[in-house]
Design a protein around this ligand. Sequence first.
Ligand code: AP5
Ligand code: MG
Length: 230
Amino acid sequence: MALNVIFLGPPGAGKGTQADRFAQVKGIPKISTGDILREAVANKTAIGLRAKAIMDRGELVTDEVIIGIVKERLDRPNVAKGIILDGFPRTVAQAQALDGLMAGRSPLIVVDIQVPDAELVRRLTSRLVCGQCGSNAPAGLAAGSPAAAAARCPKCGGSFVQRADDNEMVVRERLKVYEKNTRPLVEFYQKRPSFCPIDGSQSPSRVAEMIEMAVDTFAITAGVGGGAGR
Ligand code: AP5
Ligand code: MG
């Protein structure tokens, strides 16, 4: 059976970092609604043109648009072995829609990564990303430093920039939006046996170990594809 995993957590919790790594280890595709929207903004598509100002303010794009994007991805044949969802769902309406889209598929495993707010603000206001492919810069590269200006993305050769929504004012708004709209999903999912709370304040490699252990334990018990890609 397929391995379907949600990476839930506030902005800066490490959803993207861990979802990328986990998708690679398991050999299954990742859907990041944030990445899809940023690509739409860069390509100036109709959705991108509507989403840009909303994202720059740290608010949420409408459920209708987001659910449409995810539905289209879940209809693709490459999800047969499973899917990693990063940054979706983010509202109770999105979670309810996802339950509908997942009917008849393997159960959703929910990885909830939690990190204290002060650390989230520190991570996001110092994060650099590739201006071309959007990958996070290697750890330790400080925004504004000569080293950051000279560095190039190991994946595509692009230079590193700050994400448009990573200034402190917008980061604080994103945290408020998380508390109001996304934190209720913890309650929505935590009664399910597949809910895996993870302490995201430890090192990225330790967080990755804890996620793999929690997901594999549930997957073995439930008889879903925990060993996919290994
Ligand atoms: P999205 O792109 O999903 O942003 P986000 O949820 O705010 O989260 P981030 O991507 O900033 O953080 P992350 O948790 O992925 O952390 P990362 O691994 O990068 O969404 C952007 C916008 O799009 C939203 O605001 C909204 O407008 C819109 N949108 C997207 N999805 C939507 C939806 N479903 N509904 C409505 N609107 C939607 O790590 C952060 C930094 O910390 C990096 O520098 C990383 O290197 C570092 N780091 C990671 N792990 C660790 C660690 N363990 N220790 C130290 N540093 C670490
Ligand atoms: Mg992310």
